[in-house]
Design a protein around this ligand. Structure first.
Ligand code: GLN
Length: 491
């Protein structure tokens, strides 16, 4: 019998719809796989066995009753622990929310449930989505299924590792500076950051509200598009949600899979192809650019002169917003409370709670952000960074007058060994050198596996104009049709 955990989401949905397998069988196969490998990988913080089986049974009953099922009905999905799930623990990888069971579902989770997908559980992540390796989780690191001594990327390392380890065919991530795409790149999976406002932030624990974008992760481009279609679209509960339909990402992925890119013009970002990336990463990228040209794409070089300021601008904007967003974790409203012995003042309890509940990277960001926003420094730091953000947006706008999409490697380096970058924050920040400009601009971008370097996966990033998410799926699917998908050595 087929190993159900090796199938694509599209194939699983087809089998369930035809009655060739049941949602319960599919769910059991994935729960068994999690039981077999997750003590090595540690992709999950919480596995919701009962909830998953109940959701699967309901899909099977609806099918038996002749109800119309959605395109992903019966397909298991793992959700990054940054999204609230009603009654199911949500920690954001932090001790400060340990034991918190939210009273409501995030909009994305509601949509996943309404579509008949089966939520397997919550995936590990860097604390509050701050990091590039999942080593900053308060619950221990996730390991890369390609090499258990290496990182799976971050902050959504759990969501990417769950795919690469065949624990789930689909997962949800969130991308503030690269946390969907970078883990996708280093685990050989697909990760898409939708247009900012194209997916709802309602129920997403906020890190940097003007950048945070939840999105789909999968092993194939079509699966990512199918998931994007289910979770995307306007949400009146999120004031920054775009009141427009989801671009036809599924149609675009199918079109791209035909392998024809005639008439598509792609710009290789000059600033991202010089120094800074490992030679093996650049070699895989260059080969993929040739492959895209063979499919009919016209390739040109495009300079985006302000992209080099994206990293410093991001590391002022994101910490500034986080210093404000994380003020709500005060020991009063949610989760942890420390030192409340009846003799301490409210302020002392808040301070002890935050001291005990936040890890070093989160504290560093709160301090940087508080400093950058303080009166007297605001214009010099936060104000300047916002101006740089405008210049980066202008670079994108100018580029998209000449090309349909921009391409670059997703990350400068392949998965690094656990522990290699934790002693120097700047070395960790460099992992998002190529992904951050898109977040500052607000457009969509996808990482698709494009080859191997030193036996480890390399990702190619496609960046498109805002609300042209379909374009990136077309290009990514075309590349996938020629380079194929990448399977890690068996665990
Ligand atoms: N690695 C980046 C950071 O640490 C991006 C994180 C993210 O996208 N959530 O902020």
């Amino acid at each position: 019998m087929t190993d159900l955990t090796k199938l694509s989401a599209a194939d699983i949905a087809g089998l369930v719809a035809n009655g060739d397998t049941s949602a319960v069988e599919v769910t059991r196969a994935h729960l068994d796989r999690i039981a077999a490998v997750d003590d090595q990988v540690h992709a999950f913080l919480h596995v919701d066995t009962e909830g998953a089986l109940a959701a699967a049974r309901s899909v099977d009953e609806r099918r038996a009753a002749g109800e119309e099922l959605g395109p992903l009905a019966g397909v298991p999905v793992a959700v990054k622990d940054v999204l609230t799930t009603k009654g199911v623990p949500t920690t954001v990888g932090s001790k400060i929310l340990e034991g918190w069971r939210p009273p409501y579902d995030a909009t994305i989770v509601q949509r996943l449930r309404a579509a008949g997908t089966v939520m397997l559980g919550k995936t590990n992540m860097d604390e509050f989505a701050m990091g590039s390796s999942t080593e900053y989780s308060a619950y221990g690191p996730t390991r890369n299924p390609w090499d258990l001594q290496r990182i799976p990327g971050g902050s959504g390392g759990g969501s990417a590792a769950a795919l690469a380890a065949y624990e789930a065919p689909l997962s949800i991530g969130s991308d503030t500076g690269g946390s969907i795409r970078q883990p996708g790149a280093v685990t050989g999976t697909v990760g898409a950051k939708p247009t900012y406002g194209g997916t709802s932030r309602y129920g997403l624990v906020a890190f940097s509200s003007s950048l945070d974008t939840p999105g789909p992760c999968a092993r194939t481009v079509l699966d990512a598009a199918l998931l994007h279609q289910v979770i995307g679209g306007h949400d009146p509960r999120d004031s920054t949600s775009i009141p427009a339909p989801v671009p036809d990402v599924v149609g675009a992925a199918k079109l791209g899979a035909s392998g024809d890119l005639t008439g598509v013009k792609l710009g290789v970002v000059t600033e991202f192809t010089g120094e800074g990336a490992e030679p093996g990463v650049m070699a895989a990228f260059r080969e993929s650019v040739e492959a895209l040209a063979k499919l009919g794409a016209e390739i040109v070089e495009i300079s985006c002169p302000h992209f080099k300021y994206a990293l410093p601008a991001y590391y002022l904007i994101a910490p500034s917003e986080c210093s404000s967003n994380l003020a709500r974790f005060d020991g009063v409203r949610f989760g942890l409370r420390t030192g409340d012995d009846g003799n301490r003042s409210l302020e002392e309890v808040m301070s002890l709670t935050r001291e005990a509940g936040f890890g070093p990277e989160v504290k560093r960001r709160i301090m940087i952000g508080t400093y950058a926003l303080s009166s007297g420094y605001y214009d010099a730091y936060y104000g300047q960074a916002q101006k740089v953000r405008t210049l980066i947006t202008r670079d994108f706008n100018a580029a998209f007058e000449q090309v349909d999409a921009l391409i670059s490697p997703t990350t400068p380096f392949v998965a690094f060994p656990i522990g290699a970058r934790t002693s120097d924050p700047y070395q960790m920040y460099l992992a998002d050198l190529f992904t951050i400009p898109t977040n500052l601009y607000g457009g969509p971008a996808i990482s698709v596996p494009c080859g191997l370097s030193e036996g480890l996966p390399v990702g190619l990033q496609v960046m498109a104009p805002t609300m042209a998410d379909d374009r990136m799926y077309r290009v990514a699917a075309a590349l996938e049709s020629t380079v194929g998908t990448f399977t890690p050595p068996a665990l």
